[in-house]
Design a protein around this ligand. Structure first.
Ligand code: ARG
Length: 726
């Protein structure tokens, strides 16, 4: 998941964020409240550690082994020397960035047999939570119900700034203050962020991505979805940028690894950084998702994927360049197909309406409640009526433009420079100096090498032509970016011709032209560049939509905040957990099978036999590496096997979502038994409504991981570092 892309996604998302009440096993709990809310329950289910051993801010505890990998994935510390485990799909972009036709680590895997062989990764970070704090009281005293949303946000920003300054200890810590329960509570998170994180190992994709997009989001699964990194620090142990003088991190806590194996009903907990759930989304949001947003996203991504695939299949170099982009696009393409199906099959829309009816009934019972919460649902309804008018625009700006052809997002990086030059063309404004302009141009230069490494102009041109055409065809005309008029007039509405012109002339697609422009950037050159001006035009269209929807967005925020507050008040005895928001959470449950549909039972483990059953040498997604086959034939599983077989994956009923990828699955003794990497097809609506009978977390068994490191890769150097409990 690309971080910056995610930013866009978040800005553009129409919707509520929230929490839910709790049937067993549902819930992504805040570590600081485990003792109060969950501990007794967890003990009954098989937890042997004390609450202090799980989360403590004074002594080292389990939470100190949990890493946020750039806030897009989770990792866990498994040695005293900063060795961390995560998913293959979390390390994918790093693995890809080190790959070329000569060293194709995606296909062949990569292993560092000494620390000197580990590979550095620009811009990959590892953050540890130092502490968290409930700061709601600091906000509540300053926020009132009759404030406008704008005033409210200004207050929130001011208090947040102050808290961040106080807690950052002169920049030593990264401090985040986040709203929970739709703006009803606030918590502060203090992190220490390490910036030298090196690639240590990854299996070949035939193991790490076995089953590909066909098996993605599905059980039964046979994927060895893991990769390894190491965190480095300055010689004094503090976080530092990459330097050859850095040393492996001295871990505060590292997880012991159990190879005793899993049994049905075993206690299992997952720790990590789930990104986003919408468990308290209203029926209005569900309706829009099912009927418009999801099908549109899927439709756009269908086009993107088929264009990329054609070029990737034709040329191995292009295949490597686009591997990560393709995988990310395909992942959420399938997600939204599954979510729509799940929402329909489980009748989530009517379940939501039911909850809203109960809420309304409760509100109407009491005059005071009516005064406070009476408008909540009508505000939400009104907001959705308005937001729906602009929804397709927002989706196309996001999916077809900024996450579409690469030049759009790339050229967005030139926007600061453009604004300076534009400013200087206006005599009434104070001029930006040469030096300021040079700084902006130089800052952009830093992004160009990485961009061109994964760029193929002909592929991008095809994406541009097809996606801009879809944007033109599907978004209401009065919301079109201005540039579409040019396409109508100058190119007779032909986007293929338009794209030809863009890619023939734009400085964005050619390093030589771009460098020449950056040496002496002028407003004229930018305004003449069709590629850059396409981005500008779409950006302006987006700004105008943003302005038009501002009031509705405020209504929605207020409506959701009141609705959630009302629900909390309506069920005072229920334990609540907040929606996922990329903060540390713990989910507990057990290893468990399930019944996906009438007459079908899915077991809770898969084995290496199943890998052989799925083998298809003619299908990229189901190739089995020769070495794995050899070990299978010899039944040479070392101490990681089970009789003459070996477990590959297992499932639990832990409650996780995207961002939890790479999360440790931990037994009652605090030992690592697996790595969480996916959810299952029958519960794809789970981010909006948890389904206790269906929702499962798919984990790679730690024994299979160790087998791959030990027997397949022969990386005993790494095995030796770990604390393996037999
Ligand atoms: N669905 C997984 C997740 O979002 C990603 C799996 C990656 N594998 C793949 N075939 N794309 O965490």
């Amino acid at each position: 998941m690309k971080k910056l892309m995610m930013l866009f996604l978040l800005i553009f998302t129409v919707g509520a964020k929230s929490f839910s009440t709790t049937p067993p096993d549902e819930g992504m709990w805040l570590p600081m409240f485990i003792e109060r809310l969950n501990y007794v329950d967890m003990q009954k289910m098989g937890l042997k550690l004390t609450a202090q051993e799980l989360y403590s801010i004074n002594n080292s505890s389990l939470k100190d082994a949990i890493v946020s990998l750039g806030f897009f994935c989770t990792a866990e510390v498994i040695s005293d020397e900063g060795l961390i485990l995560t998913n293959h799909h979390c390390g994918y972009e790093s693995i890809q960035s080190h790959s070329s036709i000569e060293h194709d680590y995606l296909t062949d895997g990569f292993w560092a047999y000494s620390k000197a062989e580990e590979l550095t990764n620009e811009s990959l970070t590892a953050s540890f939570l130092v502490r968290m704090e409930d700061v709601t009281a600091k906000f509540k005293s300053k926020l009132t119900n009759d404030m406008s949303e704008k005033e409210r946000q200004e207050k929130i920003d001011a208090i947040t700034d102050k808290l961040q300054n106080e807690a950052s200890d002169d920049g030593k810590y990264d401090v985040e203050v986040k709203s929970f329960f739709d703006g009803n509570e606030f918590y502060m998170f203090v992190y220490e962020t390490y910036k030298d994180v090196r690639l240590v190992g990854a299996p070949p994709s035939a193991i790490g991505k076995f089953g590909g997009d066909t098996d993605n989001w599905m059980w039964p699964r046979h994927t060895g979805d893991f990769s390894m990194f190491r965190i480095y620090t300055a010689p004094d142990g503090s976080p530092a940028e990459y330097s050859k003088n850095n040393i492996p991190m001295k871990s505060k806590h590292s997880l012991p690894i159990s190879i005793k194996g899993v049994q049905k009903n075993d206690f299992a907990m997952v720790w990590g950084y789930p990104g986003r759930t919408q468990r308290y989304e209203t029926s209005y949001a569900v309706d829009l998702a099912i009927n418009q947003s999801n099908p549109s996203i899927v439709n756009i991504r269908d086009t993107k994927l088929s264009i990329m695939k054609k070029d990737m299949d034709a040329d191995n170099a292009i295949k490597i360049k686009y591997a990560s982009n393709y995988a990310q696009t395909a992942n959420y393409w399938k997600y939204f197909i599954g979510q729509t199906k799940g929402l329909k099959r489980l009748d989530v829309l009517n379940k939501k309406k039911e909850i809203e009816n109960q809420f309304t009934e409760w509100v109407n019972q009491d005059a005071k409640r009516k005064e406070i919460y009476g408008d909540a649902l009508s505000l939400i309804e009104k907001a959705y009526t308005e937001l729906t008018k602009y929804n397709l625009s927002q989706i196309y700006v996001n999916e077809a433009a900024f996450q579409g052809p690469d030049i759009i997002y790339f050229s967005y990086g030139l926007n600061p420079l453009y604004k300076m030059l534009k400013n200087n063309s206006d005599k009434t404004k104070a001029a930006k100096t040469e030096a300021e302009i040079k700084t902006a141009a130089d800052a952009f230069k830093l992004t160009t090498e990485k961009f061109f490494k994964d760029f193929n102009a002909p592929t991008d041109q095809k994406l541009f032509a097809a996606l801009m055409k879809m944007y033109y065809d599907n978004v209401p005309k009065d919301q079109h970016p201005e540039i579409f008029t040019t396409v109508e007039k100058k190119y007779k509405g032909c986007f293929v011709k338009f794209a030809e012109d863009v890619y023939k002339n734009s400085f964005l697609v050619c390093p030589v032209k771009l460098n020449k422009f950056l040496e002496k950037p002028t407003l004229k050159a930018m305004e003449k560049d069709l590629g850059f001006m396409t981005m500008r035009s779409i950006l302006l269209a987006y700004h105008s939509i943003y302005e038009k929807t501002a009031v509705a967005q405020e209504q929605l925020d207020k409506g959701n905040r009141l609705f959630v507050a009302g629900m909390l008040e309506m069920n005072p005895d229920k334990k609540y957990y907040p929606n996922a928001n990329s903060t540390m959470r713990m989910s507990y449950g057990q290893v468990l099978d399930y019944i996906p549909m009438d007459a079908v039972h899915y077991d809770y483990i898969t084995t290496i036999k199943g890998i052989m059953e799925k083998e298809d040498p003619n299908n990229d997604e189901f190739i089995v590496p020769a070495k794995l086959k050899e070990l299978y034939t010899k039944k040479d599983f070392g101490k990681y096997g089970l009789n003459d077989n070996m477990v590959v994956c297992f499932i639990t009923n832990n409650d996780i979502t995207g961002g939890n990828s790479g999360s440790p699955v931990i037994n009652g003794e605090g030992q690592l038994i697996g790595i969480a990497f996916d959810g299952n097809w029958e519960a794809m609506s789970g981010d909006i409504a948890y389904e206790p009978n269906l929702q499962r977390t798919i984990c790679v068994d730690i024994r299979y991981v160790l087998f791959c490191i030990d027997k397949l890769a022969g990386a005993q150097n790494l095995i030796k570092e770990m604390n393996i409990v037999e």
